[in-house]
Design a binder for this molecule. Structure first.
Ligand code: MG
Length: 386
């Protein structure tokens, strides 16, 4: 079997309503931008993937991936992984390309990828990942809605100039619903936004102060309390806590750095993402390293439903995944329906707050072709005859 043709389309979906992500204060995000990738073989099987990116990923695929993939057997995934690792040196990360290969392997085997990998479960508990900063009163209303939907866990964003104001959201929710919902908090301190027109940079003393308050309120984890390369600070913070877990990793890259995060004791919970941080198959290796170090893995997802699907299969295939990130923050424009608008069969939570792995071969993606065609900005392809 050989890869005969690769096509990739930049697709720009509008959001129906305003969306003000907490990590980009003052900005309205009007759209969902992605690159949809299809890898076609000479035996008629096609692998699907998507980048959480725009034209920059399209260029990286064209220049640094497609020339090495065309003509190769897509079932020898391990031979092609180094291409993706090297692509990142020169262009945008395109770990998403590994997903297309596993989609092909799963389709050939007639198995969902999660089962192909030995499978741990057919479903994963979702947590409702909010994105906006809202008042305590609004968040109490939101949590009542989440509980009615079946959610068992929610994640809030701490981004106000004074984190003591952020803490009031957790206090209000605990007062309103007690322990009926697990609570997580994301400080988004690992990337570029703090101190860069975004929100406040915390530093170690602030991270510890907030963490101790969250521990008192029985919060499950604090995510990204410090910069992504502050390995010593993360370890020191973790050492000072008893029940609150420290989570992170969405902004770290590659199997080798995740090993470093484990070896240095930075996190209780690692959050790699199949589109952003490492290939979905390589994430199994991260999960195995984590497992032997008694660290959990809860994949990060943000940009689109195709990435969520990849992370879902990984989450269901490993024994050390407590939760799956499930972005959904109505009444803003960023809802589960908006996130999955490229899929004819979007991912939903059931009454137990779980997301089920579709019982279809590969990743089980069913595309809404008509909608994708309507919002395609540019289309690119390379084939073995070119
Ligand atoms: Mg996060």
């Amino acid at each position: 079997m050989k890869i005969e043709r690769i096509t990739w389309r930049v697709v720009d979906f509008p959001l129906a309503r305003d969306f003000h992500p907490a990590w980009a204060r003052g900005r309205n995000q009007p759209n969902l931008l992605m690159v949809l990738i299809e890898v076609q073989t000479d035996e008629g099987v096609t692998g699907i993937g998507a980048a959480h990116a725009g034209i920059e990923a399209a260029v990286a695929i064209e220049r640094f991936v497609a020339p090495y993939f065309i003509g190769q057997d897509p079932t020898y995934v391990e031979r092609l992984v180094p291409v993706l690792r090297d692509a990142e040196i020169l262009g945008a990360p395109v770990y998403c390309m590994e997903m297309t290969l596993w989609d092909i392997v799963g389709k050939l085997a007639g198995l969902p990828v999660a089962k192909l990998w030995g499978g741990y479960s057919d479903r994963v508990v979702a947590y409702c990942a909010t994105a906006e900063v809202r008042s305590p009163e609004q968040r109490v209303d939101d949590v009542h809605r989440m509980l009615a939907q079946g959610y068992k866990a929610v994640k809030f964003r701490f981004h106000l100039p004074d984190p003591r104001q952020d803490l009031k959201v957790v206090e209000a929710v605990r007062a309103a619903v007690g322990d009926r919902i697990e609570i997580m908090v994301d400080a988004n301190q690992a990337g570029v936004e703090p101190g860069h027109g975004g929100h406040r940079t915390w530093g170690f003393p602030m991270a510890l102060t907030v963490a101790r308050e969250l521990e008192r309120m029985k919060v499950r984890w604090l995510e990204e309390p410090l910069p992504r390369h502050d390995y010593d600070g993360l370890r020191r913070l973790r050492d000072k806590l008893d029940t609150l877990a420290i989570a992170g990793g969405e902004d770290n890259h590659g199997l080798h750095e995740f090993k470093l995060l484990i070896d240095r004791g930075c996190y209780d919970i690692l959050q790699p993402d199949a589109l952003l941080s490492e290939g979905v198959g390589e994430m199994r290796k991260i999960a195995a390293l984590a497992e032997v170090s008694r660290v959990e893995v809860a994949p990060h997802t943000w940009g689109n439903g195709i990435g969520l699907m990849a992370n879902l299969h990984l989450a269901a295939a490993i024994p050390n995944c407590p939760f799956l990130e499930f972005p959904d923050d109505p009444p803003s424009g960023w809802t589960a329906a908006a996130r999955d608008q490229m899929l004819a069969e979007p991912l939903v939570i059931d009454r137990q707050g779980c997301v089920r792995v579709p019982d279809r071969p590969g990743f089980g993606l069913v595309l809404d072709e008509e909608r994708i065609a309507r919002h395609t900005v540019s289309a690119h392809s390379v084939s073995s005859g070119d």
